[in-house]
Design a protein around this ligand. Structure first.
Ligand SMILES: *Cc1c(COP(=O)(O)O)cnc(C)c1O
Length: 379
């Protein structure tokens, strides 16, 4: 009885994200069960690594259990000296900062661009010191970071690039694949990403040494000669064959998924552009067309984010607030880090930004409903 009621009411609930799993997912999952290959030793893992890395134009892929894990081993694989500084946007997910801090490195932040919401590339050079060893680029919400100035700085100051391409699977910067710019780049396959494996992630690179380091770190640093003798502390970050099975089926449809995401984004923009109490995401820049990982909105000053989110939730419309800045994280403040630092654009995005339902299962009725409610609330 309860189940039926739940199903009934679900029709009126519009979740912030629902993945689309109606391709070959079931077929490949069946194969896992029928063959007994469910662990990371199964054949889909290598196939997924090969096909995914080649799709983003990289030589090697190392599949892991999630995107945060991918970041951790990607940073470690660069062997940067302890205490080195890594420049990254303050407006990002905590996984980025965690990977840096846990590797014994120091995060150094830059503010965001108010239109693209990506790191402000003009602020990077001032932050470079003699301890700076890398820039962590994070492509935010579907629009790539302007890479050329960053590649130039990396060359000029001999810095490594760690590229977090979790939100731009299948995206291009000036016709080059996102995820192909870092000395090491990472992806996440969380269910709201353009390709999902439930939980999952991948490190990609063209460098054989980094690949081997990541494979080893992912797998407890087992020794190739004497298996249970360890020279380093690794992790069990392996991806299972079950995850890779879903990933392969998803990857087959990536081009189609990007078209759908762009359709959702363009639909919302067209329908919401007359509302002047909100800032909409950019549809394109000189170097890329948005693939709308999520469809974000930024409220003008006189609107309260909590109130708007509450009103949407009363209408059963799911939302998420934007990232909270890294320099304002209570855990870092408690440790005495980033005292007195201010990044006004990022701080405003964190306080006024949120995203609306924009997952791959979203249908036109739901989008129309979201628009109708937003128009009413934001008048
Ligand atoms: C989703 C995401 C991650 C982390 O991925 P998980 O798989 O959830 O650990 C890392 N970076 C960015 C920018 C993300 O959006």
């Amino acid at each position: 009885m309860q189940l039926i009621r739940k199903n009934k009411s679900k029709k009126f609930v519009i979740p912030v994200n629902e993945p689309l799993l109606n391709g070959n997912e079931k077929k490949y999952l069946n194969e896992c069960v029928e063959t007994g290959w469910i662990s990371s030793e199964g054949p889909f893992v290598k196939e997924f690594e090969k096909k995914f890395s080649s799709k983003v134009n990289r030589k090697y892929g190392v599949a892991v259990c999630n995107g945060s894990a991918a970041l951790e081993i990607a940073v470690l694989a660069l062997d940067l000296p302890k205490g080195s500084e890594v420049i990254l946007p303050t407006f990002t997910i905590i996984s980025c900062a965690i990977a840096i801090v846990r590797a014994g490195l120091i995060p150094v932040f830059v503010d965001s661009d108010s239109f693209t919401w990506n790191m402000n590339v003009n602020q990077i050079e001032k932050k470079i010191s003699n301890k700076t060893k890398a820039i962590m680029v994070v492509h935010i919400y579907g629009l790539p970071v302007d890479m050329d100035p960053i590649l130039n700085l990396a060359k000029k100051y001999n810095l490594k690039i760690i590229e977090d391409a979790a939100e731009v699977i299948g995206q291009k910067y000036k016709n080059k694949s996102c995820g192909s710019f870092g000395d090491v780049s990472i992806f996440s396959f969380y269910p709201n990403k353009h390709v999902t494996t439930g939980e999952g992630g991948m490190v990609v690179t063209d460098n054989e040494y980094i690949t081997e380091r990541c494979r080893s770190l992912r797998n407890l640093c087992f020794n190739s000669k004497k298996r249970f003798v360890h020279y380093e502390l690794g992790f069990n970050f392996r991806m299972t064959n079950i995850q890779a099975a879903i990933g392969l089926a998803q990857l087959e449809r990536l081009d189609e998924f990007i078209i759908k995401k762009r359709f959702i984004g363009e639909f919302y923009t067209e329908a919401l552009k007359e509302i002047n109490s909100i800032q909409l995401p950019l549809g394109k820049t000189d170097y890329a067309q948005n693939i709308y990982w999520v469809y974000g909105l930024v409220l003008k000053d006189n609107f309260d984010l909590c109130e708007i989110i509450k009103k949407l939730s009363e209408e059963k419309i799911g939302t998420r607030p934007f990232f909270w800045c890294m320099h304002e994280q209570p855990i870092f403040i408690k440790k005495g880090f980033f005292k007195g630092e201010k990044y006004p654009v990022a701080q405003k995005l964190a306080r006024k930004g949120f995203y609306i339902p924009s997952g791959l299962s979203l249908n036109l009725c739901q989008m129309e409903r979201v628009v109708e409610v937003l128009r009413k609330i934001l008048k």
